[in-house]
Every structure is written in structure tokens, then in C-alpha cells.
Unconditional design. Structure first.
Lengths: 224, 224
DNA sequence: CGTGGTGTCCCCCGATCGTGGGACAAATGA
DNA sequence: TCATTTGTCCCACGATCGGGGGACACCACG
């Protein structure tokens, strides 16, 4: 499909960018990647905005093939799924390197187009394998996330608004609070929640009450 | 207090009973205990009722000092906390040997007077140490339970009825269903739940909604 | 070109919740 | 002994839930 985007492995090298806010961990990750044949680390940064700025400054040909992205949510700094979506659209593959602290965030980034997830607790061999797999166009999932992907079957696909509504509602918000937070009318928020229920019911997991939603949202990784 | 109950270590031996439904695990536990100096295994059984029957048949002097009790909840066979309470009242110390499958049950048995908990995943040395400690009148807790005991501070003490009401209500039952299950009037069940809220509020953890209760009940080990 | 999913909004209505009172007897504990 | 806790029951009222119905526009997939 993306036959237009040229530099997939220019001069036999994959171009990799690393975004990770912890210096030590970043150094570690970078050194592991550098040691890999055919891999060139073209950017190291603390945050996604840094990377975006760097991309804007450089030529299109300098764009990386892969972004190894940490998902630490310390200091209020979070990763914006929309930014990830943009990068993916630009042909950059995304590998999440995470502590799995926030399952919902991992989900969002995955939905934004990331094609791999490794845990920092995984072995170096696993990290390398993940990098190779994602660069090759494949998907890579840590064992820790396997259980959730395995259950993906009986978990219905929710739309963006439905998921946001579920998260808020299942956290204890009233319908009115959900509506306000989403910037829609009460009836609309109600519809979202109703549709979540319908979808789960269609998947053979009827959720009637708010408590059911809370329990399920937790079990299915929508809440922490 | 129990200065009347004589045979605490008659002839230098502690009398121990083992109740565990899995034959292999029971054999293992019994052999570990037998290998201990000064310990005599006087009863092996599959269930608590078996032990009670055996106790009723024998003389008071044959009663054990310690009961090593498994908490497996397979095949619908559960452990009745009231029976445990009775044994404790008779001067028998209780050590729970569990897989920690059901935290609520562990809690109930602890409240019924058990003074020790070991996990089957603990080392043999730990099991032995736990046995000694409990026989000596002390308390023993697996590390796995330590986190919960540590948080015991900001978790208010709930009465039996309050805990039962919380468990049911937080699982999704309506007040009416809780009332029916407990065999009391709607208003009474309402009072129980209200008191749970009051206690948590007094402990600095206000719980206003049903979802709050569900979340907290899960976090505090009242639900699985 | 229709079908389905999505985003948005609207109405009704009975059930349930959350909060505020009050009462009283038994048990517990300081 | 007196205060607290517990178990039990009762009432009222506004907020919220849960289920049902309908509507319409957009967009994508086939």
C-alpha cells in the first residue's frame, strides 16, 4: 500500500527513533538497538513533542522507520494517541516499550496504530525480536498482554465515544457528568452507554447495571 | 485464660490435626509435620465435618492443639467459619494452609479465630515456622497477605452483617435482594450499607455511590 | 445503492439509589 | 455504669438508573 514512501531500509539500514523520558532506560534501550546490525538510531528524545519537532525540522527522507515509544506516565506527561496516529499515518511503525502501568493507555496507543508491545521486564532478546518483527511489518505482543488479546474475541469492539463513555460511567460518573465531560447532551451519553450494553449483550455478556459495567470495564482493561 | 484446658503439650508432644481434601497435598503436609520433633499428627481428614465427627467420638483429652486447615473451595465444598469459631473456642489453634484462592474466605476464617496463614507456595521452612509460631500462641502471616494486613489500618472494622451486605450489594444486588439474602427487611439492609459508608467515611475514605462500594470492596479483599 | 455502524438528540416511566431523619433492644466494652 | 456498637425496623424525597421507543445525518463497505 505505502509503496510511495521510499526509505524503508535505505542503504540497508532501518532508521529508528527512541522516545523515553528516563535517561538511564533510554541509554540502555539505545545501546541495545545500536548493537543490532542494520539498525541506526537517528533520534533520541524525552517526549513525543520533541520527536514531532525534530521531524518537522528535518527532510521527509530523514523520517525514521520505527519509533520505540515508552509509555511512562510520570509527571503528568502522557502520550497523546492522536500524535501516534499521525506518525503511523506517515508510515512510521510504532513499538511500545512499557511497564504496562496503564492498560487503557496501551490499548489506546494500539488502536492508534502501534503494532508492537514489549515490557521492560522482557529479556533483551525479546526486545530485539520485537523490534525486528515490527520493522518487518509484523505484530509483536508481550506475554503479559497475551491474556487480554486472547480475550479480545468475546470483547466487543467499542467506538471511541463508547469507550470514553464507558470509562467515565464505570468509574462512577453519572450520565450527566459523562455528557458534560464528552461535551454532548445527556441523551447522547445515554445512547453511548446503551450501545456498550447492547454490544456486550450481543457478545453473550449481558451487562445490565452500572456495577456490571464497572466490573467488566476493569476486567477488560478499560480501567486501572 | 485457657488454663483449664490441660493437654497443651502432653508428654512433650503437640497434637496436630490436618484437614485437606487433596490426598497428595495432605500426604505432603502430614509428612512435613511428622518430621518435626515434638509434633504428632493425630488426625487426617478430608473435611471439617470429618474432624468434628472424630472429635465428638473421642475423649476431650484427645483433642488436638492445632488444626492445619486447607481452604480449597473445590466441588462446592467450602469451609464454614462458624465451625472454625467453635473449634477455636474449644482451645484448638487454627493454621490456614491455603492457595489464597478466595481472599474473602481467608478473611472470614481469620475473623473466626485462625491465628496463622501460610500459602502452599511458601517454602517448607515457612510452613514449619508457621506451625511452631501458631502452636506457641503467636500469629503468622504469609507475605502474600502482608499487603492486606498492612492496609488494615485505613480499612474500618465491619460487623458480620455489614460485611455480608457489602459483599452482596457491591456485587450488584439491589437493596431488596440483599435484604432477602440476609433475611431482613429492606430498611435493615439499607442501614447496614449506610453504616459501611459511615465507617469508611470516618476512616477518611468516603464512599458515596454503589460503584464506589464495588471498587473498594474489590480493593479491600471482600470480593474476588 | 442499501446496510450497518456511528454520532447526535429527544421523550417516557417505573425501579433503584442516596441522603436525611427517627426508633429501640441487646450486646459490648471502657 | 454509661457510652458505643450492633441488629432490627420505619418514613420521605429528590436524584439517578435502566429499559423502551423514535429520529436523522454521515460515512464506509460491499
Amino acid at each position: 500500500m505505502d509503496s510511495g514512501s521510499a526509505n524503508e531500509a535505505g542503504a540497508g539500514h532501518w532508521r529508528v527513533a527512541v522516545v523515553e523520558d528516563h535517561l538511564l532506560q533510554r541509554r540502555g534501550l539505545v545501546s541495545v538497538l545500536r548493537a543490532q546490525r542494520g539498525v541506526r538510531v537517528v533520534h533520541e528524545g524525552e517526549s513525543l513533542p520533541d520527536l514531532v519537532g525534530w521531524l518537522a525540522a528535518g527532510s521527509a527522507a530523514s523520517a525514521p522507520d520505527l519509533l520505540a515509544l515508552d509509555l511512562h506516565v510520570d509527571r503528568g506527561l502522557s502520550v497523546d494517541p492522536d500524535v501516534v496516529r499521525g506518525l503511523v499515518r506517515d508510515g512510521i511503525k510504532v513499538l511500545v516499550v512499557s511497564e504496562m502501568t496503564s492498560l487503557p493507555l496501551v490499548r489506546q496507543v494500539l488502536r492508534a496504530g502501534a503494532t508492537g508491545v514489549v515490557s521492560k521486564r522482557d529479556s533483551i532478546a525479546d526486545v530485539v525480536a520485537a523490534t525486528r518483527t515490527v520493522l518487518g511489518g509484523g505484530r509483536w505482543m508481550t506475554r503479559e498482554l497475551g491474556e487480554f488479546l486472547a480475550r479480545e474475541g468475546d470483547r466487543p469492539a467499542l467506538s471511541d465515544q463508547e469507550e470514553r463513555a464507558l470509562v467515565l460511567y464505570a468509574s462512577g460518573s453519572t450520565i450527566d457528568q459523562v455528557a458534560t465531560a464528552l461535551g454532548v447532551k445527556r441523551e447522547t451519553a445515554k445512547t453511548y452507554v446503551d450501545r456498550v450494553k447492547s454490544k456486550y449483550a450481543a457478545a453473550g455478556r449481558p451487562l445490565r447495571t452500572k456495577v456490571d459495567l464497572a466490573r467488566t470495564a476493569l476486567a477488560d482493561g478499560y480501567l486501572d
